[in-house]
Write a protein that binds this ligand. Structure first.
Ligand code: HEM
Ligand SMILES: *[C@@H]1O[C@H](CO)[C@@H](O)[C@H](O)[C@H]1NC(C)=O
Length: 369
């Protein structure tokens, strides 16, 4: 895929720039003294300050950050060349249509709950006079940068306002089969099965509010405030379930009390096409960050022409590194609990968190939600 090669060149250039400080020519100094690659980027520093304080509560990797990241996916993935080939409107991808046509799109079944983050984000879009598509991508990048361990996030500017709501049926659901999910992502952006796994690293900083109608804020791993590989460890463990978690559509038994496990994550962790890639992230933070850095940029450019966008990645903060973190089996678990799915490579040896088994703490919802 041509676009993919282009993107790797961009990210190599970016990482060289970061390492040597001189490869990317800096062309503008903003009024706050920061240098950026284009003067157009300066306008985003006030947006950054505003959302860090007033949307992310002082730069937290909490519920609003998680929902802002989810919103990026649900806006951008709604694009379908297959529908276009049938003469239908296939959606505009990362165009902000989920915010402009929220009355339509947030009522689509897979978008349940996203009305809340759209409502929280809208005033910032109006106040700063930016396009909804750019804002959603920006907020997602800033959100993730608040999570320790996250990659250096890219932000490209230049999405025109959307003209139409995306059609229904384009966002994957947790009760879809692996075939359905792989086919959908392949249609949306020619993503392959490995890239599908890369994207799902987002579930390292995530919780479910609506899968189980009786519990909200149920994390997908025991460290939902950290972008780490714990999600890939815990999804591979035998599910035992916890009281009150049974029988919701798209949910299967999780290994830890208080944890949500999506059926789709369970299946992708065990499918022969994806299992080794899933396992490859366990304890490999540099692979996790570089693959997610790449795929996040690709998602935020779906339906857009990267050649006419402006690179404003300089505006995005750099996340805190993980402190002495390596993946571990949760308390009470060991290699015996792993449902080995990758046939080629044994599961990495990991230490176990000491002490008795504990529940995963619920994530409090945004105030007023
Ligand atoms: C490909 C298949 C995917 C499926 C089936 C899926 C499904 C889901 C579901 C059901 C939830 C819980 C929603 C709720 O009940 O509140 C969720 C949460 C989330 N998803 Fe996904 N997802 C997928 C891919 C992605 C991707 C690619 C991203 C981002 C790049 C993403 C980011 C998130 C985040 C950050 C949350 C947590 C939201 C919160 O904590 O409020 N997901 N996902
Ligand atoms: C991490 O992943 C990279 C890229 O696939 C690989 O070259 C490296 O050997 C991995 N490191 C470990 C410790 O597994």
């Amino acid at each position: 895929m041509f676009a993919k090669q282009l993107l790797s060149v961009v990210s190599i250039a970016l990482s060289l720039g970061a390492a040597h400080g001189a490869v990317i020519e800096k062309r503008a100094t903003c009024s706050n003294g920061k240098t950026v690659s284009s003067a157009a980027c300066c306008a985003w520093f006030p947006v950054l300050e505003d959302i860090q304080e007033n949307l992310f509560h002082g730069g937290q990797c909490g519920a609003e950050a998680h929902e802002s990241l989810r919103l990026v996916f649900h806006d951008s993935i709604a694009i379908s060349p297959a529908l276009e080939a049938q003469g239908k409107f296939g959606g505009g991808g990362a165009d902000g249509s989920i915010m402009v046509f929220d009355e339509i799109e947030t009522n689509f079944h897979p978008n349940i709950g996203l009305d809340e983050i759209v409502k929280l984000q809208k005033p910032f879009v109006q106040k700063h006079g930016v396009t909804p598509g750019d804002f959603i991508a920006f907020a997602g990048a800033v959100a993730l940068s608040n999570c320790p361990g996250a990659p250096q996030m890219n932000f490209f500017l230049g999405r025109a306002p959307p003209t139409k709501a995306a059609p229904d049926g384009l966002v994957p659901e947790p009760f879809h089969t692996v075939d359905q999910i792989l086919a959908r992502l392949n249609d949306a952006g020619e993503f392959d099965e490995l890239e599908t796994v890369w994207m799902l690293s987002a579930h390292s900083v995530a919780a479910a509010n609506d899968v189980d109608p009786t519990h909200n804020g149920l994390p997908f791993d025991s460290t939902p405030g950290i972008f780490d590989s714990q999600f890939f460890v815990e999804t591979q463990l035998v599910g035992t379930g916890f009281p009150g978690s049974a029988g919701n559509q798209g949910e299967v038994a999780s290994p830890l009390a208080g944890e949500m496990r999506l059926q789709s994550d369970f299946l992708i962790a065990r499918d022969s096409r994806t299992a080794c890639e899933w396992q490859s992230f366990v304890n490999n933070q540099s692979k996790l960050t570089s693959d997610f850095q790449f795929i996040f940029l690709a998602l935020t450019q779906l339906g857009q022409d990267p050649d006419i966008m402006t690179d404003c990645s300089d505006v995005i903060p750099i996340s805190k590194p993980l402190k002495g973190a390596s993946a571990r089996f949760p308390a009470g678990k060991s290699k015996r609990d792993v449902q080995q799915a990758c046939a080629e490579t044994p599961f990495p040896s990991l230490a176990t968190v000491p002490g008795p088994a504990t529940s995963v703490a619920r994530i409090p919802p945004p105030p007023g939600a």
